[in-house]
Design a binder for this molecule. Structure first.
Ligand code: CP
Ligand code: NVA
Length: 313
């Protein structure tokens, strides 16, 4: 059991910055907020607070869940697209960070480079939350692990198998597994694996233990899995590689043959949006093992907890 203690970090840029106790604290607050919401009560702990939301890529879940989260907690959100502020082009990222900090109480940003988010956080005096970069998707990983804990009652010794690209979603999942000491099995095509540099850092996060296990065989990782996870083969920004990627990933689909290799009651997860017939089949996504919509709903509850913990400071 972790003792409840306030999160020390100002921002949520990467799971790497969190202590295991921070993750547990986020989960505890998430559970409380979710239970209260189900009973018809939303604590207005962010009354009068304003969140700036910079989105340089498309989004449905992240954009809507953060906006709804702010309203439910008594605050307000301002959606800012690249066309509105043109951060880094119309003006330097550090100027944007300094000025936005004079207006808003927190900033959510979805962009391409992780370094843009780091620079924004360095110069912003208000909390900055990474809503996805090419490199990481920490809000997704927190939600995924919360959902696993909710479904299994624990995440300890749950076999999680990820089949697909060693991308932003896979990296953040690997990081949260490393932080919590959970074994994470990843099957990717050659050339699309998590890098050895990334794995070395993840090992440090796992206090020297090898908890990330790479394979090129989806069947091998799927055996006895309790969670099967996948994501798109072509992330935002990789559209030009679509044909090459579709070819490279054609044997890395979660379908009924893969589900049969896993435990009977395996939970199938996907961060969404899904590309039906590519990384996952219709029958699996719509089938009894799929928990993707509960997972998507939990984005809201987890982000409410994050906003409560970060913006109230
Ligand atoms: N999973 C996720 O981040 O979805 P959106 O891209 O729709 O925000
Ligand atoms: N890997 C995907 C995740 C979308 C939520 C992307 O970056 O497009």
């Amino acid at each position: 059991m972790y003792e409840r203690m306030p999160m020390k970090c100002k921002d949520l840029i990467s799971i790497a910055d969190l202590l295991p106790s921070d993750i547990e604290e986020i989960f505890t607050v998430t559970r409380e907020l979710k239970e209260w919401h189900a009973k018809g009560y939303d604590e207005k702990c962010l009354n009068g607070k304003i969140l700036g939301m910079i989105f340089e890529k498309s989004s449905m879940r992240t954009r809507v869940s953060f906006e709804v989260a702010m309203v439910q907690l008594g605050g307000h959100a301002i959606y800012l697209t690249q066309g509105d502020i043109n951060l880094g082009k119309r003006e330097a990222v550090k100027d944007g960070a300094r000025v936005l900090s004079r207006y808003v109480d927190g900033i959510v940003i979805r962009t391409f480079g992780q370094e843009t988010i780091q620079e924004l956080a360095r110069y912003a005096t208000v909390p900055v939350i990474n809503a996805l970069s090419d490199y990481l998707h920490p809000c997704q990983a927190l939600t995924d692990m919360y959902t696993i804990k909710e479904k299994f009652g624990t995440y300890t010794n749950v076999k999680i198998a990820y089949i697909g690209d060693g991308n932003n979603v896979a990296r953040s999942l690997a990081q949260i597994c490393a932080k919590l000491g959970i074994h994470f099995y990843v099957a990717s095509p050659k050339g699309y694996e998590l890098s050895s540099e990334f794995l070395a850092k993840a090992k440090q996060m796992a206090e020297g233990y090898d908890v990330i296990h790479l394979s090129h065989d989806p069947k091998e990782v799927a055996k006895n899995a309790q969670v099967l996870y996948t994501d798109t083969w072509v992330s935002m920004g990789q559209e030009a590689e679509k044909a090459v990627r579709q070819q490279a990933f054609r044997d890395f689909q979660i379908n009924n043959d893969i589900v049969k290799l896993a435990k009977n009651d395996v939970k199938v997860m996907h961060c969404l949006p899904a590309h039906r017939g590519e990384e996952i089949t219709d029958d699996v996504l719509d089938g009894p093992n799929s928990i993707v919509y509960d997972q998507a709903e939990n984005r809201l509850h987890v982000e409410k907890a994050l906003l409560k913990l970060l913006l109230r400071k």
